[in-house]
Design a protein around this ligand. Structure first.
Ligand code: ATP
Length: 619
């Protein structure tokens, strides 16, 4: 089985807005309530033009029949008082419904964002390790932060505005057409042009917003990279070099934003000119009809028409901003759903074999593997076969780049093999649920990651409720206890940015303690003691032999003294086993292992050929 092609960009989903609305539908009740409140608010908001029209006609002694019936009089002043009272009631309910729809839409926006953020995070967390190698960290963070937050504006206000423009249009037409369809046509004249302008604008702006989103990702990535690598930057006095690199991505981002802004800023002034045509047209034609007494409409109706036209057309100018929000939300949704649609390439088994506590038998049968990104087609492991019996400790040695760490990554299913099978207790690891597999394995690697929190929390890690005595026992075994109790806050000392910084050796010991608390039947140590001095290592060795007793252990070490007491030692070279046996047998054989041993124990002055370092791994 060959690796899938390597994507360079996060995948994009089709029909993103439909998908977003499906999320909204989960909260159908709240969504309908928000829409209902918004529609009611808009209808009430449109009443003032009607009220003004009725007041004018009432003052001129020609009130609409229903108003005089309601008031029980045709007296202009009494009618004006009734209409003023009505407007107070209307304004009260308009405000009430505004409050209701605003809070309902905001609640919904936050809830949907929360759901999407959690789904996206879980999806990212479940992705295979190569996903994190193929995509820049900043790009992933931009998706989880910026893209999800980008939806807020649209869900808060954008969607509501689209809804209200629809209501406005329907309501205005229902009022205007019965009064005068001719004048309605004049009022509506600019609408097709405004809509055409909106659609053209949307087409032009969409790719520009996509570039803005990409720019955010690239910038976040560069900044993240530089802050993480600040030690290297300073030690190489590379500040100017890095400033220039940041300047370039920031400049690209600025340019892509400018390109988008140029269009979005021009939209409203252009559309406004179209609106003026409709508004002036209604004033002109309507005034002419009122003046020449054609009977088509009254003065009150002309005022109503003019006010409604203004109310109808101006919000359509906002359609630009709303479409803008829509496009931004669409670009973000495309990325979010693109991520959600892409399953991990390390799949859960279709027919899982559940595994309780494993016996710990590990087998590699004819395993071949190459990384998707790496040295072209050259395999890292070639037809590799070996077995570790339950409870056995296997040491793995070999020159750098020989493929030692890759064994561990395949066993943990960080990657899947190209050919052959990795087995645990006789089962193909691809048939064991990932959680069952990884629960059975404790890994201590050279790169130790500490989470924000106290020393105690870091040792207990997932087993947060592990009794303190257990944490302390693990720290003692890992030779960390004395150091911890020498700190003023002891086990409650925070590590990381706000707490103490641990040395490389202390981190390694903490990581060993963490593995002890995990209490898994299989232990993988990858250069786990490389950062401690020989004396500490000797002390840790004792702890490790207590730890490995009764467990299967695979120990990778450059420093051969670490593995000399292993039950068996495997020597890897170019992804294949070149020697295998006990320390003494291997020394007697005089091969690669013996060469390495002689070099490390100072028995030879110059490195034998077999120990020469291979080229550094490709980035
Ligand atoms: P060392 O002793 O230096 O840790 P190793 O024997 O553990 O080396 P591996 O880490 O297994 O070697 O790497 C074997 C080869 O695979 C190296 O050539 C390395 O460049 C390559 N390699 C390792 N990890 C990756 C990766 N994630 N993507 C591409 N190539 C990789």
């Amino acid at each position: 089985m060959s690796q899938s092609p390597v994507p360079t960009h996060l995948p994009l989903a089709g029909r993103p807005m439909r998908r977003l609305f499906r999320y909204l539908q989960t909260y159908r009740g709240a969504f309908l309530f928000a829409c209902g409140s918004s529609i009611t608010n808009k209808i009430l908001d449109l009443m003032p033009p009607l009220l003004v029209g009725w007041v004018i006609d009432s003052l001129r002694g020609a009130p609409p029949g229903w108003i005089s019936r309601l008031a029980g009089t045709r007296d202009p002043w009494s009618l004006a008082v009734v209409l003023a009272g009505l407007s107070v009631v209307i304004f009260f309910f308009e405000s009430l419904f505004e409050w209701l729809y605003q809070s309902a839409f905001r609640d919904l926006a936050q809830t949907v964002q929360h759901d999407l953020r959690m789904d996206a995070y879980n999806q990212v967390q479940a992705r295979e390790i190569s996903f994190f190698e193929e995509h820049r960290l900043g790009e992933i963070l931009a998706l989880l932060n910026d893209d999800v937050n980008q939806l807020e504006r649209f869900l808060n206000t954008g969607f509501n505005e689209m809804l209200q423009v629809g209501v406005l249009f329907a309501f205005s037409m229902a009022v205007m057409i019965p009064i005068s369809w001719q004048l309605s046509l004049v009022a509506l004249f600019p609408v097709p042009f405004i809509l055409w302008g909106g659609i053209t604008y949307q087409r032009l702006i969409a790719p520009r917003y996509s570039r803005v989103r990409d720019g955010v990702g690239a910038l976040a990535s560069r900044l993240e990279n530089n802050i993480a690598g600040i030690h290297v930057i300073k030690s190489f006095t590379a500040e100017r070099f890095e400033t220039e690199r940041v300047r370039q991505v920031s400049e690209d981002y600025r340019r892509s934003n400018l390109a988008a802004i140029r269009y979005s800023a021009a939209y409203i002034p252009v559309i406004r000119m179209l609106i003026v045509i409709g508004f002036a047209g209604v004033l002109l034609v309507g005034s002419y009809w009122v003046l020449n007494g054609s009977g088509i409409l009254s003065a009150g109706e002309l005022v109503l028409f003019a006010m409604l036209t203004e109310r109808l057309l101006w919000p359509i100018t906002r359609l630009g901003t709303t479409l803008d929000d829509f496009e931004r939300a669409k670009a973000s949704s495309r990325r979010i759903f693109g991520l959600l649609d892409t399953p991990s390439r390390i799949a859960e088994p279709a027919h899982p074999i559940r595994l309780g506590r494993a016996q710990g038998e590990i087998r590699f049968d004819g395993v071949s593997f190459r990384y998707a990104r790496g040295r072209g087609d050259e395999p890292v492991l070639r037809d590799l076969t070996f077995r570790i019996a339950p409870g056995e400790t296997l040491g793995v040695a070999g020159p750098t780049g020989a493929g030692k760490s890759t064994l561990i990554k395949l066993l943990l299913r960080f990657y899947d093999v190209d050919n052959g099978t990795v087995r645990l207790d006789g089962h193909d690891v691809r048939d064991i649920p990932l959680a069952d597999l990884r629960r059975n394995i404790a890994l201590v690697s050279q790169e130790v990651y500490l989470f924000h929190g106290t020393i105690r929390e870091n040792i207990a890690y997932v087993n947060g409720d592990a009794p303190f005595a257990e944490v302390e026992r693990a720290a003692r075994l890992a030779q960390l206890h004395d150091f911890v109790v020498s700190l003023p806050q002891g086990y409650d000392t925070p590590v990381g940015e706000r707490g103490i910084q641990l040395s490389g050796g202390q981190r390694q010991r903490l990581s060993i303690a963490r593995a002890i608390v995990k209490d898994a039947p299989i232990l993988l140590l990858d250069e786990a003691t490389s950062a401690v001095d020989t004396e500490t290592e000797r002390a840790i060795q004792q702890a490790l032999s207590a730890l490995t007793a009764g467990r299967t252990a695979l120990i990778i070490a450059h420093r051969l003294s670490t593995i000399r007491h292993a039950d068996r030692i495997l020597v890897l070279r170019d992804g294949a086993v070149v020697e295998e046996g006990h320390h003494d047998d291997l020394l007697a054989r005089g091969g690669t292992y013996a060469d390495l041993w002689q070099l490390q124990s100072g028995e030879v002055a110059t490195p034998p050929r077999s120990t020469l370092r291979e080229p550094d791994p490709l980035p």
